[in-house]
Design a protein around this ligand. Structure first.
Ligand code: NI
Ligand code: MN
Length: 232
């Protein structure tokens, strides 16, 4: 199974059982190396919340590939009204798809959808994270979130192979808190995300890797540049 990083919070999980895209913010993403047209076949599109740097090209990709958008009920409902194929879930629930298990987790964040006509924000429900089990391995994409103590519970209940954690600060956890999150989640590998895309979330990723190595030596930090992959 391969994890491709497409910049910001966008990851593509490619396994024997399927190809999953998470938070496909490609158009307008200064760090993206892929374009929406590059994706001809997808089995599912996972969207953690309604902010444009996560919902991104999801609706267009769903319409073109026929892949369902998997999201919380309120966001899935919005996407369906825009013509996308959807599969609604909610926090705490899991479902077995042909490619593997998906479980929605808590995330401390908003999920308002920017109105296309510049009007009031559209209600998008709660932001979430995703646990994904493919080929017997658990992956965790935290979405946008602050640090929360229940990460310990997630780590105790699921043996996480790879955790994708935000480190950008300002809107989400910063470097030090992402290290603390790694301590609670106890994954084998952490891939930092949601940093350096814009000046407001500029971070020194080496600082994260060094602090992680010092405080959580059993977890390996793996920083990917957009376009790079990691083999699980
Ligand atoms: Ni957000
Ligand atoms: Mn974001």
């Amino acid at each position: 199974m391969r994890i491709h990083f497409h910049g910001h919070a966008c990851f593509e999980i490619e396994g024997e059982a399927g190809r999953i895209l998470i938070d496909p913010f490609l158009t307008g993403n200064p760090s993206a190396t892929a374009k929406p047209q590059d994706f001809t076949h997808l089995d599912a599109i996972l969207v953690t919340h309604g902010h444009s740097d996560h919902l991104g090209d999801a609706i267009q990709l769903s319409k073109r590939t026929g892949a369902p958008i998997i999201a919380v009920f309120e966001l899935a409902n919005y996407c369906q009204r825009q013509g996308a194929k959807t599969y609604a879930m909610h926090i705490g629930g899991k479902h077995l798809f042909p490619f593997g298990w998906i479980k929605l987790t808590l995330a401390l964040h908003g999920s308002g959808i920017e109105s296309p006509d510049g009007g009031d924000m559209i209600y998008g429900g709660l932001a979430c994270g995703f646990l994904l089990q493919m080929e017997g391995k658990w992956l965790y994409h935290a979405g946008d979130t602050g640090l929360f103590g229940d990460m310990e519970l997630i780590g105790r209940r699921y043996p996480i192979e790879v955790a994708m954690l935000p480190i950008g600060d300002n809107f989400v956890m910063g470097v030090e808190e992402a290290v603390h999150a790694s301590q609670l989640l106890r994954p084998k590998v952490v891939i930092p995300m949601h940093y350096n895309t814009f000046p407001v979330i500029a971070q020194d990723v080496m600082e994260f890797l060094h602090l992680l190595q010092r405080r959580v030596p059993e977890t390996q930090g793996k920083a990917l540049s957009p376009g790079e992959s990691y083999e699980v």
